[in-house]
Design a protein. Sequence first.
Length: 341
Amino acid sequence: MKRPPHKRRPTQADVARRADVSQALVSYVLNGKAELSVPEDTRQRILDAISELGYEPNFSARSLRTRKTFTIAVVLPDITNPFYPAFARGVQDVAQQRGYDLILYNTDGLPERERQCMRLLRRGQVDGVIMTLFHPNTEDLRSLQERGIELAMLSSLSRPELGIDSIGIDEPAAVCEAVAYLIGRGHRRIGILAGLPGTPPYLMRLDGYQRALIAAALPRDKQIIQNGDFSEQGGYVATHKLLTLDSRPTAIFAANDLMAIGALRALRAQGLRVPHDMALIGFDDIPAARLISPPLTTVTQFEGQLGRRLAELLLDRLESKLSEAARHEMLPHQLILRESA
């Protein structure tokens, strides 16, 4: 059988002719150059030409020319927690617009898994890393930087000593606001499902809880501080412990929505109604928070916005090699009032 004639692959020059623009402008749009503002109608004309011609950029050639992989990694502690896929989607939206691919790593929040991930990243298959680490190791982070890999971190804490850009919300303030709301509703004995001891979310959220109690001159009782692993089952077990106390709380703050959902399951198993017998507030505003019964009062971090902005910080450094000091930005949060508290 006669082979079909070879069809020439369309080039950037073909796209430029079809869109009636310069080839340089096509390159700018494909590479998402932040310093050049392209009118939206022109950008759309270029994108339409790319689609019509079936043009695909030759990333291998570009990598050889620039010595870049045009790939970034996102390191997450729990890909099954709906907060993190929504965050990663925000990262991907920006990365894709600017010509970068994405690799996801899940660590389960375990120290050994985090270190294993750092070893994989040191092989140089990525240009930059966006990370959420429960056990950040300074030596590992510096070893990545020494290999020319740019880093950015989802964190409420600034890391200027490491030269790492970071972004987050004021977690203690957000938790303080949520617990203060419960206090304002008349609750004086408020339990907390605080998460995994020693991790940044645990420390930040316990701090906010204690601030609210201090501000209201309420006593702190270690018995109503229960730990868990940020999972639904962790919330279920921790809530069961609260319910065995002689003087159990009248309200519960959970360090994330998965734990809050576990708490709701434990309360129902004991025949308790929310919020009539026990008020409940979560943290993160995952999609399920709106769907459970009763709908969960919770704190939103606007996770997609966090992902998009952190990706912008990282890619700005990758594309312009900024020499300025590490940047730390605090984005807004919001207490979402529903029916559980």
